[in-house]
Design a protein around this ligand. Sequence first.
Ligand SMILES: *[C@@H]1O[C@H](CO)[C@@H](O)[C@H](O)[C@H]1NC(C)=O
Length: 129
Amino acid sequence: MKEIEVWLQTFAPGSRTPIHRHSCEEVFIVMKGSGTLFLAPSSHGKIPGEPHEYPIFQNSTFHIPVNDCHQIWNTNEIEDLQVLVVISRPPVKVFLYQDWSMPHTAAKMKYPYYWDEECFHSPRLKDEL
Ligand SMILES: *[C@@H]1O[C@H](CO)[C@@H](O)[C@H](O)[C@H]1NC(C)=O
């Protein structure tokens, strides 16, 4: 699709996205489970800085401002966290951070970025492409 990209993503207990940012809008709807959103509000300094922690629950909807560094973490030890994700203007350039004090200039750019990279590179999927 040209204007938006939509996918369903499941995080096993304890799993998480990298700390990252992108210059697109992003909306999450929590379908199942719970977890924590780490968000460094307006990451305009040299580094993302200490993130705010927001608990997320089933049926919650939240929005990530453009270019704010964030991380979704399934902090629930038992249940999967399943989210429906919508982004604008795909494909996006994603900037990855090792930690919250990594300078923006050191963030690693990935483009194109596959949200399901591991599945995407499995031999079976490749055959179908
Ligand atoms: C989420 O919404 C569904 C459907 O309305 C409802 O059955 C469920 O109890 C809600 N869950 C929570 C945690 O509010």
